[in-house]
Design a protein around this ligand. Structure first.
Ligand SMILES: Nc1ncnc2c1ncn2[C@@H]1O[C@H](COP(=O)(O)OP(=O)(O)OP(=O)(O)O)[C@@H](O)[C@H]1O
Length: 227
């Protein structure tokens, strides 16, 4: 099956501040992500990795250029339309899991599905499947504080893909974990991407993990380049 482009960034410009104080972070940046593909985003601190992920995930607006998701340009969309695309097409994983502390692992994964309008029984079944898939099926009733860092991050990944997005964007998802746990979490993430045809862009400082991805890109002079 030929993979198709699920995310495209075209001539993206992003700067902060104004006049003499203006800081250009992204300049004429292009990027393409295809279904089933994992891409590592490896660049020094402050070069714009989070900015790029936020733009790709429609959390920020570019100052120029275009973000295209599933073949549709997101320029000119209302905030509600952007939110709808974000909820259905994009999953986010952050360095810190941001799970809701008062809910169980299972409930945390059900939440985005219920918001998307799924019935409780369906959401529960999918949440349980995802937990099994991440090899923590036996931890569904536990709250985040009762889980290890690696388990919490696997729940966060399961939650990010609960609504079967096209694109997974991860900002240092294993940055908070020891190398062995990071590798184990990444195994689960990788298996999920391969099995589902999801596309993933993962910012990481971990060169061993980056080496396992299909492609590696960096940010150089405001542009996204392969390395
Ligand atoms: N809202 C903002 N206002 C002003 N400057 C900002 C804003 N957001 C980010 N920046 C600046 O833009 C640059 C890129 O930030 P970004 O968070 O994208 O970097 P990063 O590559 O993800 O860094 P790290 O690896 O440390 O997380 C930094 O110099 C940062 O200080």
């Amino acid at each position: 099956m030929a993979s198709k482009t699920v995310l495209q960034l075209k001539s993206i410009e992003r700067h902060y501040g104004e006049g003499d104080m203006m800081l250009s972070i992204l300049k004429d940046a292009d990027f393409e992500l295809r279904s089933g593909e994992t891409v590592a985003l490896v660049a020094p601190s402050g070069t714009g990795k989070s900015t790029l992920l936020h733009l790709a995930g429609l959390l920020e607006h570019p100052d120029g250029g275009e973000v295209i998701i599933g073949g549709k340009s997101c320029n000119g969309l209302s905030d509600d339309e952007r939110t709808a695309i974000r909820r259905s097409e994009i999953g986010f994983v952050y360095q810190f899991h941001h799970l809701l502390p008062e809910f169980s692992a299972l409930e945390n994964i059900m939440m985005p599905q219920l918001i998307a309008g799924l019935r409780e029984a369906e959401a529960k079944e999918r949440a349980a499947q995802l937990l099994d898939y991440m090899r923590i099926g036996h931890r569904g009733d536990h709250r985040p504080a009762e889980l290890s860092g690696g388990e919490q991050q696997r729940v966060a990944i399961a939650r990010a893909v609960a609504n079967a997005p096209r694109v997974l964007l991860a900002d240092e998802p294993t940055g908070n974990l020891d190398p062995k746990t990071a590798s184990y979490v990444f195994d689960a993430l990788e298996a999920l991407v391969r099995q589902s045809g999801l596309a993933a862009m993962i910012a990481t400082h971990n060169h061993d993990l980056a080496a396992r991805m299909d492609r590696r890109v960096t940010i150089d002079g405001g542009r996204v380049v392969d390395f």
